[in-house]
Structures are given as C-alpha cells and as structure tokens.
Write a protein that binds this ligand. Structure first.
Ligand code: ES4
Ligand code: ZN
Length: 326
C-alpha cells in the first residue's frame, strides 16, 4: 500500500468521519442483497463508475442512495465494525464518528436501530481493535431545523456513546443560524458541539457556527482563509479545524493536493488535524490522507507530529485520556 519512502503511521485521533461514508461498495452490495434493496447500480463494476463527483451535492446523491441498504441493527454493527478494523489498521487510537439519524428515520428506520446497532460495535472497540470510539449525531442542514430540535432529547438513552452533535449535508444555501435552538438544547444536555462550515460555503458560515451555534470545533473550515479577520480569530481562540484532504479534492473544493490549503493553515498557526470524512468514497482512510497530503505538500516530520497531536488535543476525550495519548 505505502511506498517504502513513506514515513510510518503515527497514532491519531479521527475527529471527522461519517459512518455512512465508510460503507465500502462491496458491503453496500452485500447489504442490498441481504435486505432486498434495489440499487441504481446493481453490480460492483457499474457502482464503481458512480464514484466520480462534481461537488458536494453530487456526492451526497450517491451517499444517500447507498445508505438505503442499511435497515437492521446488524447492518449498522457490521458497518461500524468494518470501519473500526480499517481505522485501527491505520493507527487510529480514538474516533469520534458522525452518524446522520435523519437519513435513516426519514425512510422508516427507527433511531433505536441506528444507535443500538452502532453501540454494539463501538462498545467492544477497545478490546477488539485497541481504539476508543464515540458518536457525534449530525443534523442534516438541508432539512427542517425543527427536526433537529426534536432529535436532541431523544438522544438521552445513548448519552455516553453519543458525546456531541454536528451539522452536515448540502452546505451552500443552508447557513448555520436556523440550528441555534437545536445547539442550545444540545448544550443544555451536556453534549459537545461541532459543525461543518466553510467546506463549500463562505467564511460567514464559519463565523455563524462559532457565534450562533457555539461550536467547539469546525469541520473543514478551509474557506476561512478567504477572511483574514476570521483567520486571526481562529488562531487567537485556537479553534480546532478538522481538515479532510482527499475529500476536498474528490469534491473539487480544492483542485489538487499540491495546492491544498493545509500548508497555509499550518503556516497561519491554526490548530488543524487530518481526517478521512467519507473514506469509502474519497480514496482512503486517515493515514492514507496524511500520507498523500504530506507527500504533496512536503510536510516535515515536525508538522506531521503536530497534526497528530493536535487531533488528540482537539478531541473530546477526558484530559487524563488525552494525556495517555500525547
Ligand atoms: C459529507 Cl463531505 C460531507 N460534507 C457535508 N456533509 C456530509 N455528509 C457526509 N459527507
Ligand atoms: Zn464531513
């Protein structure tokens, strides 16, 4: 997999991965068969040809189509188990994993099926794979924000597994402010708060996520660089940004890894980490992202160490657990 010139994988924390985005095409076809779900792409060859995207919405079309193969608790357990094995093989030692409940409840799959299924795999992640794993429930920003308000109290039975809330799906035209109430409710429940912002959307969405939602971490945030006053704020407040290099290239937010903004973000003194986003769709898991972007940008060993350490620092692990990893 990795040419001998590549440095070894450092232990990392994965802070930005969507469990539905870890659905490999082979497993999608297996589950489609198991559950009698008919897909637009019935075999591996035609499905693989669909993995070419113009932007975020065109990716989300395939992503939501394939999520329809997930129906039973065991499907979510199998999906999570496959991710944990792959992540562990790439030296991930802690993972905070997004799930999109509304992508499932909206097609009749109950919340319990989703979260109990994930709990089954995540509950044994330490003993089976040597990594801790928690869930961040993500609201779909292209749906009615009142659905998000209603979802927050329903998460109570899974607190402990679920440690926070996030905001994802199509970004442009869906600013963060309408989700202020859901985030305030989540804060009252003791949940952590993150949001996708500045992936395809403007820097104002990053500011909005900080001010209206009170997020502790920003997912992507790459377009922040267009606003120098926002960059200064992110640096001063040391707001963590979860950067996903292969995702940005696959969705054409960035034309080429060689010009990926990660280098400028590091130079600007921002607290960034490298993450995989939707690894089954974008060409690699966490270390694949680190190796590719390090090579393309010529990152130094010190920069790679900084990225890995800042991932743990930006995690929602208790301080004692962070210290064990640093
Ligand atoms: C996503 Cl790459 C990306 N951006 C926004 N929402 C998402 N959901 C899954 N992957
Ligand atoms: Zn994402």
């Amino acid at each position: 997999m990795h040419p001998s010139s590549d440095p070894p994988a450092l232990p990392t924390a994965e802070l930005h991965v969507h469990v539905e985005g870890t659905l490999e095409p082979e497993l999608a076809l297996d589950l489609a068969r198991r559950n009698g779900v008919r897909l637009r792409h019935p075999d591996l060859a035609s499905l693989r040809r669909a993995y070419s995207f113009a932007d975020l919405p065109s990716f989300l079309d395939l992503y939501y189509e394939l999520t329809a193969v997930l129906r039973e608790p065991q499907d979510f357990t199998d999906l999570a188990e496959a991710y944990l094995a792959r992540a562990a093989a790439q030296a991930v030692r802690h993972a905070e994993v997004f799930v999109d409940p509304q992508a499932h409840t909206s097609r009749g799959v109950p919340l319990e099926v989703v979260l109990d299924g994930l709990a089954e795999a995540f509950g044994t992640a330490e003993e089976r794979h040597g990594l801790s794993a928690r869930v961040i429930v993500s609201f779909l920003r292209d749906r009615d924000p009142r659905e998000a308000d209603a979802l927050v109290p329903r998460l109570r039975p899974w607190h402990g597994l679920v440690i926070g809330v996030g905001l994802d799906s199509a970004e442009v035209g869906f600013p963060p402010e309408p989700f202020a109430r859901a985030y305030a409710l989540a804060a009252d429940e003791g949940l952590h708060r993150v949001a996708h912002a500045g992936e395809e959307g403007p820097p104002a969405y990053v500011t909005g996520a900080l001010d209206a939602l009170g997020v502790e971490r920003v997912d992507h945030g790459i377009r922040s660089l267009e606003d120098p006053s926002l960059v200064a704020r992110l640096r001063e407040e040391q707001v963590p940004l979860t950067v996903c290099p292969l995702s940005n290239v696959a969705l054409r937010a960035v034309p080429d890894l060689a010009v990926h903004p990660l280098a400028r973000m590091l130079d600007a003194g921002l607290r960034v980490s490298v993450n995989s986003d939707d690894p089954a769709y974008f060409g690699g898991y966490l270390h694949d992202n680190t190796a590719a972007v390090s090579r393309a940008l010529g990152l130094t060993a010190a920069q790679r160490r900084q990225l890995a350490e800042d991932g743990f620092r930006a995690s929602f692990l208790p301080d004692a657990d962070k210290a064990r990893h640093l």
